[in-house]
Design a protein around this ligand. Structure first.
Ligand code: 5RP
Length: 225
């Protein structure tokens, strides 16, 4: 079993009968969806799920997990997802998979948010390895880019992998990947980005994480808020 499967199974074992479970997006989240489906079918675990992306919804449906629409939800018990960077205070950077709008919506609406990682995701500060993904209304991208430059951010529109076009999110937004030369306080930047007109959402997840489960040397370490 690899680290992603290990940490996914660890999280799936903590899910209880009757819970509404949010499904994240990415390779680690996929392992969790598989582990949860296994418990659902083999142990009769009764859960309802809600997905953070089209990709996760397709996977959950294929594996026979009961799936709710986000529109039906008034809240959920736990949201389980991976992350691109995890700071010591459990602030996250997410959105390399560009489904961060629904991810943040579900993380914020959930009683608990569990983050599944390996030690390679840990950083000293957010933005250390990756630029900050900033999702923008398509018509606003140039003006938002200027606003980001004014606060020290160098933003580039995200391109498709083979560089033959721009990435468009499932909600029709564009993504400005924004690097900051100077170290910044992630909570302050979170607030500043939230206040820029034209920004739909961004990849800094502050004050949302309840627990980080990290697979290391065949064991899972837990860090709680
Ligand atoms: C998608 C995300 C993912 O959770 C993040 O990219 C981690 O992915 P993986 O588990 O494949 O490393 O934030 O928006």
């Amino acid at each position: 079993m690899n680290d992603k499967e290990l940490v996914a199974q660890h999280a799936a074992r903590k899910i209880e009968d009757g819970m509404i479970v949010g499904l994240g997006t990415g390779s680690t989240a996929n392992c969790f969806i598989e582990a949860l489906a296994q418990r659902h079918h083999q142990e009769g675990l009764k859960v309802q799920t809600v997905s953070s992306s089209v990709v996760s919804a397709i996977k959950a449906r294929e594996l026979g997990l009961p799936l709710l629409a986000v529109e039906q939800l008034k809240g959920l018990d736990v949201y389980v997802d991976g992350a691109d960077e995890v700071a010591p205070d459990m602030t996250l950077l997410k959105g390399r998979g560009f489904d961060l709008v629904r991810e943040k919506l579900l993380a914020g609406a959930s009683r608990e948010f569990w983050v599944l990682i390996n030690p390679g995701k840990r950083v000293g500060r957010i933005g250390e390895r990756f630029p900050i993904p900033v999702e923008v209304m398509p018509f606003a991208w140039q003006l938002v880019k200027e606003s980001l430059a004014a606060i020290g951010g160098k933003a580039e529109l995200r391109q498709t992998e083979n560089k033959d076009g721009l990435v468009v999110t499932s909600h029709g937004s564009l993504v400005l990947d924004t690097a900051f030369a100077e170290a910044f306080d992630s909570h302050t930047l979170d607030t500043v980005l939230n206040g820029i007109p034209g920004v739909v959402e961004h990849g800094i997840f502050s004050h949302l994480t309840s627990a980080v489960f990290c697979a290391r040397d065949g064991r899972v370490e837990e860090q709680s808020a």
